[in-house]
Design a protein around this ligand. Structure first.
Ligand code: TSX
Ligand code: MN
Length: 586
């Protein structure tokens, strides 16, 4: 009986961490409100304006603990090679003894919450159980919003032994004693020293991406950093697409997009905004589930104009983290669309003096997905939704066209594998430097990315009807430094073009970088974008691509002999096309 193995692991864990008491969560609303009450009493949560934001709260994290910490994130496999050049590695024995010491007595005087949770819809063959043990009531409450806690997990445990244990403790919150450890071979997660987001809500990046990426390779499915959306056309039929973008590139905005072509019958429905688990169905099609049950979205920049659906989603039952607060108890952040009122409290809780951001740039909202007004009717379908197109996107102010269709699955995998993204200040300090972030999975793939590319290639071979693959770029700038494409709700015009390509209804010119939209094939009626701008957005800059191909080559060489031949071949084909003046020219 597997509940016994959960109990056994919990006993072991409490012997190590020595909490004052142990609370098992079954997922009831009463448990959630008890957690909230505990936090309101000790100041961990602040109640927001109950009329305007019912049952919603503000949490201020430790100022040293405001984002994922990739440099403190490790993959603990028996060999370093298994983790690949793309991960920090620590040996399992060093991890268990070294970091194990930090867990000794780490929960003394505190409550340990045991949270069984299900990732994925109830009854889905794709869904998986996790159990997080944590001494943070904020983490516990966030898990209630982000996953299916309690009964759905316990029910699945009755019929299967499989669960991913995750041990989390706040420790002393010092970055010197902070470690986010993954043991993919035994499907175990250890996290100490951070109470923030992806470091601490272990179902999300740690399980649903890192551990799941490992399981997916072994079991023949995919765990991807992708939103999932449904595009409804004028006939009412829906086409589902999954899209990989690096963190903070607007995935939540795209997933919840209000279509600019709604009056013509094109409408977007949300399935997920961050993670997709994909498997091949009996008919040889790719199907996706959203393993999560909530959104942990970046607040700054979210407004009635950039994402009205998110603004409605977060009107109730939401936990805000590190946002600013108005004197009348409303959340506030840069880009919310209203001016900062006098007496605004910044994310640290002091009166904002007008210098620096009032909300932390990585401040967040945590909210149940079911509150999203455009959540798709099939978002909890246990079979998942059928995926017809995969999109790869990132911020590129030059070179990368608005949309490019891959010439084949292999070419599409190459497109994703070679994807570069311009850095934003938040993570790296340097702005506008292009870094490779294959499939937006560089921080999340728990094994050698050369093997990950091979897995993608194998999945393509295993599908009778693989999705078509597209590269998109909403972030191209003109000579004047201004964005050439209006983006946001207007992106539906690109989704429409993609839909027409899937149906063979619109033309494209085949070039050596892929198929580009024929002049006039993207619907721009009613837009102020000129045909000239469209030409720039879909142009092919040979000189720029020569540099790009070189940079890709330097990146791919890091994987040595492990790089799959198909990726090498696609890269060689691109380089060859660039060096000849005639081939594939458009
Ligand atoms: O999310 C974005 N999307 C996808 C929306 C569905 N963002 C925000 C990225 C940061 C998280 C975008 N930013 C998008 C976009 O399509 N495009 C841009 C760039 C841009 C910014 C401002 C304007 C236009 C483009 N403003 C005006 O044109 C007035
Ligand atoms: Mn993400």
């Amino acid at each position: 009986m597997s509940l016994e193995s959960v109990e056994h692991w919990v006993d072991e864990t409490s012997a190590l961490t020595r909490p004052k008491n142990v609370v098992w969560c079954t997922g009831t609303p009463e448990e959630y409100s008890n957690l909230v009450d505990v936090m309101l009493r000790d100041g961990t949560l602040i109640r927001l304006n109950e009329q305007l934001y019912p049952n919603s709260y503000l949490h201020r994290s430790d100022p040293n603990d405001v984002a994922r910490t990739e440099n403190l994130t490790f993959i603990c496999t028996h060999t370093k090679e298994a983790a690949g050049p793309n991960n920090n590695w620590m040996s399992p024995s060093e991890a268990k003894t070294g970091v194990g010491k930090l867990f000794e007595g780490s929960m003394k005087g505190r409550t340990m919450y045991v949270i069984p949770y299900l990732m994925g819809p109830v009854g889905s063959p794709s869904s998986k159980v996790g159990v997080e043990v944590t001494d943070s009531p904020y983490v516990a409450a966030s898990m209630f919003l982000m996953t299916r806690v309690g009964k759905p997990a316990l029910d699945q445990l009755k019929s299967s032994d499989e669960f991913v244990p995750g041990l989390h403790s706040l420790g002393d919150l010092s970055p010197d004693r902070r470690f986010i450890l993954h043991f993919p071979e035994e499907r175990l997660i250890w996290s100490i020293g951070s109470g923030y987001g992806g470091n601490a809500l272990l179902g999300k990046k740690c399980f649903a991406l890192r551990i799941a990426s490992w399981m997916a390779r072994e079991q023949g499915w995919m765990a991807e950093h992708m939103l999932i959306l449904g595009l409804q056309d004028p006939s009412g039929s829906k086409t589902y697409m999954a899209a990989a973008f690096p963190s903070a590139s607007g995935k939540t905005n795209l997933a919840m997009m209000v279509s600019a072509l709604e009056t013509e019958g094109y409408k977007v429905w949300t399935v997920g905004d961050d993670i997709a688990w994909l498997r091949i169905d009996e008919e040889g099609r790719l199907r996706a589930i959203n393993p999560e049950a909530g959104f942990f979205g970046v607040a700054p920049g979210t407004s009635v104009s950039t994402n009205p659906v998110a603004m409605h989603t977060i009107e109730k039952n939401t936990i805000f983290t590190n946002v600013a607060m108005t004197p009348d108890g409303r959340p506030w952040w840069e880009g919310i669309g209203t001016p900062p009122p006098a007496g605004l409290l910044d994310w640290r809780g002091g009166v904002w003096n007008g210098t620096g951001p009032a909300a932390h740039p990585n401040s967040r909202f945590t909210v149940p997905a079911r509150q999203c007004p455009i959540i798709d009717s099939d978002w909890e379908d246990p079979r998942g939704v059928p995926i017809s197109a995969i999109l790869f996107g990132s911020r590129r102010s030059t070179l990368i066209p608005l949309v490019t269709e891959a010439l084949s699955w292999e070419h599409g995998v190459f497109m994703g594998a070679g994807m570069g993204a311009e850095t934003t200040a938040a993570a790296t300090g340097k702005v506008g430097v292009v870094r490779r972030d294959p499939m937006a999975m560089l921080p999340f793939c728990a094994y050698d990315m050369a093997d990950y590319f091979a897995h993608w290639l194998a999945m393509g071979k295993a599908m009778k009807h693989p999705p078509a693959i597209f590269r998109v770029n909403w972030f191209r700038k003109g000579e004047n430094g201004k964005f050439l494409w209006p983006g946001f709700g207007e992106n539906v015009r690109i989704l429409k073009w993609i839909l027409e390509r899937l149906r063979g209804k619109t033309g494209a010119r085949e070039t050596f970088i892929g198929s580009l939209p024929e002049d006039g094939s993207i619907d721009i009626h009613g837009l102020s974008v000129t045909r000239d701008q469209m030409k720039t957005l879909t142009a092919l800059d040979r000189e720029g691509w020569r540099r790009e191909a070189e940079e890709m080559g330097a990146f791919f060489r890091k994987f040595g002999d492990k790089l799959p031949p198909a990726i090498r071949d696609e890269h060689a084909r691109l380089a060859r096309s660039l060096n000849s003046s005639t081939q594939y020219q458009s």
